[in-house]
Design a protein around this ligand. Sequence first.
Ligand code: NAG
Ligand code: NAG
Ligand code: NAG
Ligand code: NAG
Length: 395
Amino acid sequence: MLLLLTLLITLDTVLPLSMDTITATLTNLPEESRYNFTQLANKYSLQAREYDILTEDGYILTLFNIPGDKTRPVLLGHGIFGTSDIFLTRGNTSFAYILAGEGYDVWALNVRGTKYSRRHVTLDPDKDKAFWNFSIQEHGFYDLASNIDFILEKTGQKSLSIVGISEGTTITFILASTKPEYNEKIRVFIALAPVVYLQNLSPPSSTVMQFSTEINYLLEAIGQEEVFGYKSIYKAIYNIICAQKIGYDLCLRFGVFPVTGADSAELEPEFFIASLGQFPDGTSRKNLAHYAQIGKNKRFAQYDYGREKNLEKYNSDLPPLYNLTKATLDTALICGKNDKISTLGDVEILRRQIPNLISYRVMEPEFFNHLDHVWGKNVHKISYPFILKLLSKYN
Ligand SMILES: *[C@@H]1O[C@H](CO)[C@@H](O)[C@H](O)[C@H]1NC(C)=O
Ligand SMILES: *[C@@H]1O[C@H](CO)[C@@H](O)[C@H](O)[C@H]1NC(C)=O
Ligand SMILES: *[C@@H]1O[C@H](CO)[C@@H](O)[C@H](O)[C@H]1NC(C)=O
Ligand SMILES: *[C@@H]1O[C@H](CO)[C@@H](O)[C@H](O)[C@H]1NC(C)=O
C-alpha cells in the first residue's frame, strides 16, 4: 500500500498532468461534477458572485457569495481536501442552498492551496516550493482573517456568523486564539465535526499517524509539497477508478469509509460519483504533517520544526499551544457517534476547554459520520433545522 502510494507520488512529480487530462477522467461523470461553485449555484437558480481576497502574506483566495440580507452574513468553512463546493454538492438540499432560501447572505471561503486559491502575488504553486509552506496556522491566522475582514467591509456589518466543518473548525479556533480581537467579529460559531484534538483515532488513520514522520520525510525528499492536487496523477487515477460502478464500492468502502466512518445509507452511489469532481482537492504536505503532530504529541499547538528551529522561531523547545481560553466566541459543537476523525473522545477534550459553549449536540443516528454533516442524504431534515434555529438567535 505504502509502496503503491510512493510510486504514484513519484510518478506525479515526474509527470504532472494537464488540466485537460484531468477533465477527461471526469467526462463519464454527471455534468455537475465538473461545475464550479458559481455554476452549481446557477444550476439551482441561485446567483453567485466571486471575489479575490488578498492575504497579508500575498496569497490570492477565491471567496464566493450568494447575496442575501446584508445584515445577516454567514461564512462557510470547508474541510481538508474540500472546497466551498461541498456546501452545494447536495443540490437543493445543500446547506448553502437552504441558508440562501432563509434569506441569509451566504459566503463560502477557499483556503490557500485549494484549486480556487492556488495563486500568489509572486510565488508560482507549480514551481515554487515556498508556496506550499503553510498549514492550518496560516489558514486561520491569514486566510480566515482576510475573508472575515472583507465580508464585514462589504456588508457594513461589525460581525458575522461562521459554520465550519472539520478543518473549517480547526482554523476558526486557531484564529480566535491567536488573534483574539476576532472573537468580537463572530456572532456565533457552529462547529460541525470539530477537529482540534486527534488522540482517539483508530486504524487506518492512527497507523498513518504513527508513520507520519517517515511519510513526511519521504514526501519532502521527493519534493512533493502539494498533496492530492487537482492536477495530480493520483487524483486522475482516483477519478478513473471511483467513477465506475464497481469502483464506487471499492473507493467508498475501502478508501473513504475506513477514515470517515461508514454510512452507506446516507452516502449513496449516485451522490458519491457526483462528488468526485469536487473531492478530494489539494492541500500541502506541511498541513498534513501539522495535523499528525497535533495527534501524535497530544498538543493543539503551532507547527513543530524540531527543537533547534523551535528555539529560534518560538523561543522555546516545543511549539506554543493554541490558547483556547482566548477563543471566547459563542460556540456550538455538533458531532456524530460514528465519526472516526472528530471522535466523541476528542470533542470532549475540546468541550472542556472552550469558555463559551452554547450547545453540544451528538447526532442521533448510530452511523452519523464525518461527511454526513454536509453530505448526508437526510441531513437537511435531521440537522439543518437545528442549525438554523441556533443561527436565528444571533441573526
Ligand atoms: C466558474 O465557471 C464560470 C463559467 O464557466 C466562469 O465564468 C467562472 O470564472 C468560474 N469561476 C471560477 C472561480 O473558477
Ligand atoms: C429538490 O428538487 C426536486 C426536483 O428537482 C424536488 O423533487 C424536491 O422536492 C426538491 N427538494 C427540496 C427539499 O426542495
Ligand atoms: C516556512 O515559513 C516559516 C514562517 O511561517 C519559516 O519560519 C520557515 O523557515 C519556512 N520554511 C521554509 C522551508 O521555507
Ligand atoms: C491563556 O489565555 C488566558 C486568557 O487570556 C490567560 O489568562 C492565560 O494565562 C493564557 N495561558 C497561557 C498558558 O498563556
